[in-house]
Write a protein that binds this ligand. Structure first.
Ligand code: AHR
Length: 508
């Protein structure tokens, strides 16, 4: 017997008859590396000061970390966090941020026209990562900084002891090595806005020299070389080719960054994942081409270590008008339901590329274009973009399967299964602005026996957001699901995203 499907929720902008979408599960694509659910904390605006670190806040712990923010980060399921930038890192001297806090210098941060107190530095970040249950990924200053200084940070952080630098770390209260496994060899050095911006061949030499020396310290480190800052860079493709030609035997990841924003074209914005698919495929093509010429090449994967929805034009408009300030309010975007639907679909694109993408970091984490917002003397809350990320991070380590239809239609479907076979996840985006989708996913081969969890992100106003005045305007809804004969059915209203977890019978 077939139970009726839900109608589009009241107030939906649906204007057309529902679109029926039968979905078949195909072959496995690969495994979702847990580090696909990474994030990014930069010394920018109120990301660090007034974000993760705020000793004056009532919820601060003994180290000045906001415990309410840490609880939200844990719930979000963030597996790895890139730090300290971003554009900031290209002017940063890591030495300013270690040692007795009272002796740390105040500096101008030219990248974000701010004043940096250095109260929070490498040791604090590592301690914060441990408290938040996440792994650190450190970026090195290869902009205005040099390879020697980068190597000194590596020794400071990872050498057990018995040298001046490692003993300095011990003296600063960290007796055990920080054991940071993943290192970014600079940030966006292809961009003319970057402090220490370089031509590709120059950067390639610097990165190769850093990687070579870092491998002498520890051959097992994971190194990320800088790729393109976005898909529209005039050097996209050529930059990667030059840099990889020189470094493909030394590095493990090629970085790339991409941001999307609505810009008065909601329908086009909802299709952002198509552009991410094309970008990732373009980056992978270069890796493939260069690898053919290098028999000794490493198995270089993509590190999409900055991605998100970000209206960066709004920042461009205000940046010239400010003085140098301490932790100014910068890039504090109130994310809408449409933004969150796009974020869900971007994560689906990342999962669909799990055979070539090994690391992905949503940029950023708190206040600065982040899924979490926090106010001094006030609460922390979940932005709309928090919900799809938190649901999808629960599929870390799963096998991802191809599905049909694919992203050509309004509906984007992702199916994953955990390695034991006991659980399957289905993620769905309806990108149509006016047509509900009745989706039926044939999961019979996984032998699903019940829906354990189902959530829908939708709101009658696709531009609804959670703000300081209205922190829970948008939250998870529970969609009606029907599981029958191994088929999962549900209706997605226009501009919505859903995540479903199913318990499955394990073979044998
Ligand atoms: O995430 C904000 C900024 O975007 C980063 O500092 C930079 O790397 C990118 O351009």
């Amino acid at each position: 017997m077939t139970r009726p499907l839900i109608a589009a929720p009241r107030g939906s902008a649906a204007t057309s008859a529902p679109h029926h979408v039968p979905v078949a599960v195909g072959a496995p694509i690969g495994t979702a590396d847990p580090r696909l659910f990474g994030s990014f904390v930069e010394h920018l605006g109120r990301g660090v000061y007034g974000g993760i670190f705020d000793p004056a806040h009532p919820a601060a712990d003994a180290e000045g970390f906001r415990s309410d923010v840490i609880a939200l980060v844990r719930e979000l399921g963030v597996t790895v966090v890139r730090y300290p930038g971003g554009n900031f890192v290209s002017g940063y001297d890591w030495r300013d941020g270690v040692g007795p806090v009272a002796e740390r210098p105040r500096r101008l941060d030219l990248a974000w026209k701010s004043v940096e107190t250095n109260e929070f530095g490498t040791d604090e970040f590592i301690a914060w990562c441990r408290a938040a249950g996440t792994e650190p990924m450190l970026a090195l200053n290869l902009g205005l900084g040099d390879v020697r200084s980068a190597l000194q940070l590596l020794e400071y952080a990872n050498h057990p002891g018995g040298t001046t630098l490692s003993d300095e770390r011990i003296g600063n209260g960290a007796p055990l090595p920080h054991d940071v496994r993943t290192w970014c060899l600079g940030n966006e050095l292809d961009g003319p806005w970057q402090l220490g911006h370089k031509r590709a061949a120059h950067y390639a030499d610097v990165a190769a020299s850093a990687a070579n020396a870092m491998r002498m310290f520890d051959p097992s480190l994971e190194l990320v070389v800088v790729g393109s800052s976005n898909a529209d860079m005039p050097t996209f493709g050529a930059w990667e080719e030059t840099v990889l030609e020189r470094t493909i035997e030394l590095v493990d990841y090629l970085s790339c960054h991409i941001y999307f924003y609505e810009d008065d074209d909601l329908a086009g914005f909802l299709r952002s994942a198509d552009r991410l698919d094309a970008f990732l495929d373009g980056v992978q093509d270069v890796i493939r081409r260069v690898r053919v010429r290098h028999p000794g090449a490493r198995d270089v994967r993509i590190s999409l270590d900055e991605w998100n929805v970000w209206n960066f034009r709004a920042y461009d408009d205000i940046k010239e008008e400010r003085d140098f300030e301490l932790a100014p309010r910068l890039l504090e975007q109130d994310y809408t339901v449409a933004d969150a639907v796009v974020v869900g679909s971007l994560l689906q694109s990342i999962l669909a590329h799990c055979d070539t993408v090994g690391i992905a970091a949503m940029a950023q984490l708190v206040n600065v274009i982040g899924p979490i917002r926090a106010e001094a003397d006030g609460p922390a809350w979940r932005q709309t973009t928090y919900f799809p990320f938190a649901a999808m991070a629960r599929s870390a380590g799963h096998t991802v399967f191809a599905t049909n239809p694919t992203a050509d239609s309004d509906v984007v479907t992702t199916v994953t299964r955990d390695p034991s076979g006991g659980a399957a996840h289905v993620f769905l985006t309806n990108r149509s602005t006016d047509t509900p989708a009745v989706i039926e996913v044939d999961l019979a081969r996984f032998r699903p026996n019940r829906v354990d969890r189902a959530e829908l992100l939708w709101h009658p106003d696709p531009h609804a957001a959670n703000t300081a005045q209205s922190r829970v305007r948008v939250t998870r809804r529970t969609p009606t699901t029907v599981l029958e004969g191994g088929r999962l059915r549900l209706t997605l209203p226009p501009i919505s995203w859903a995540g479903i977890e199913l318990a499955c019978s394990v073979d044998g």
